[in-house]
Write a protein that binds this ligand. Structure first.
Ligand SMILES: [Zn+2]
Length: 326
């Protein structure tokens, strides 16, 4: 199995590290002070992973129609064989013939290996490899890659509603270090939050113009249809874009996305089962279009009632075969 970690590490060391990670998280939350900063962290977590991820316990009733589809997809640790197929929509679909992004490349490293979410349509893998190379050319030291998809796509147990058909990837706003990171660093290293505590702009202590160039580079790739960033980041991009603004329409403000950005690529040519999303509205999306995002009620939204879990009935019929296959 991939990601197997050497057993020489004593449990004690691991639990010490976990305790340290938790203490650190608690300190960050306490130090954040204003409610806004806390909410921001809660909305957009990059929680520490684990060096010894426990396999999920078997489901008592996997065939019950009410079984959440995420429980089924999360238990699949290998891709469905055959040609690549992105089936259904970004928010309600699955993936066959997935490829894994190698965990270390010339200009990228995958984070949180314990999540086993570095899978995608081979087109997504190709995009990341190309993007990593292009990012180097604008002065970014290399990509830290967060979640892509599960081996068979589908809904996940944590964090995402999209990322279901192998065409979405999260890229950290932290540049790759110069060395190949250890398992520990990949599981416990934290992503840099580039948004100021009041959420009204980027944090000048950590934001650089290279961040703008990084996002511009991704948006200018013809495969990319949409990029999601925190509204404070969109505001900074609007300010820093200069006269070449044609790419800005792809970069949309969204909740969270303060320490990573979300890149979505188009349905690959000829993939008839893939359901595209409506393209973003034309125009750079700057100025008053951002007002909504800085209203008190948006910055501090009331808790939302969770939506009911998707079941297999809510996904394309082919996804049932894909998740049920051994
Ligand atoms: Zn994402």
């Amino acid at each position: 199995m991939r990601h197997k970690f050497t057993r020489n590490n004593s449990k004690k060391k691991v639990s010490l590290m976990l305790a340290a990670a938790r203490l650190f998280a608690a300190l960050v939350l306490t130090a954040a002070g204003p409610a806004g900063a806390q909410e921001k962290h809660l909305i957009d977590p990059t929680p520490p992973g684990s060096l010894n991820p426990e396999p999920l316990p078997p489901l008592k009733n996997p065939d019950a129609p009410s079984t959440p589809a995420k429980e089924l997809f999360a238990r699949k640790t290998t891709p469905f064989p055959g040609p690549p197929r992105s089936i259904g929509g970004y928010f309600d679909g699955c993936l066959a013939g997935a490829a894994a992004l190698p965990i270390t490349g010339p200009a990228w490293q995958v984070m949180r290996l314990s999540r086993n979410r570095n899978w995608g349509n081979p087109q997504l893998v190709r995009f990341i490899e190309q993007f990593a190379e292009n990012a180097k050319k604008v002065g970014w030291n290399g990509l830290l890659v967060g979640d892509m998809s599960q081996p068979r796509g589908g809904p996940m147990l944590s964090e995402h509603k999209s990322h279901q058909i192998g065409l979405d990837a999260d890229i950290w706003f932290t540049a790759m270090p110069d060395h190949v990171q250890s398992r520990e660093e990949r599981e416990f290293g934290s992503a840099i939050d580039v948004v100021a505590p009041d959420q009204r702009d980027v944090d000048p202590q950590v934001w650089t113009h290279t961040h703008t160039e990084l996002i511009r580079t991704a948006a200018q790739d013809p495969a990319v249809v949409r990029i999601l960033v925190n509204a404070a980041i969109k505001k900074a991009l609007c300010r820093e874009a200069g006269t070449d603004r044609a790419w800005l329409f792809k970069v949309r403000p969204w909740y969270g996305h303060a320490e990573h950005f979300h890149v979505q690529i188009a349905c690959p040519a000829g993939s008839e089962e893939c359901k595209p999303q409506a393209p973003p509205r034309p125009g750079d999306g700057c100025g008053h279009e951002l007002d909504f995002w800085f209203k008190q009620s948006t910055l501090h939204p009331p808790p939302r009632k969770p939506k009911p879990d998707l079941t297999l009935a809510g996904l394309p019929p082919a996804c049932r075969q894909i998740v049920k296959a051994p």
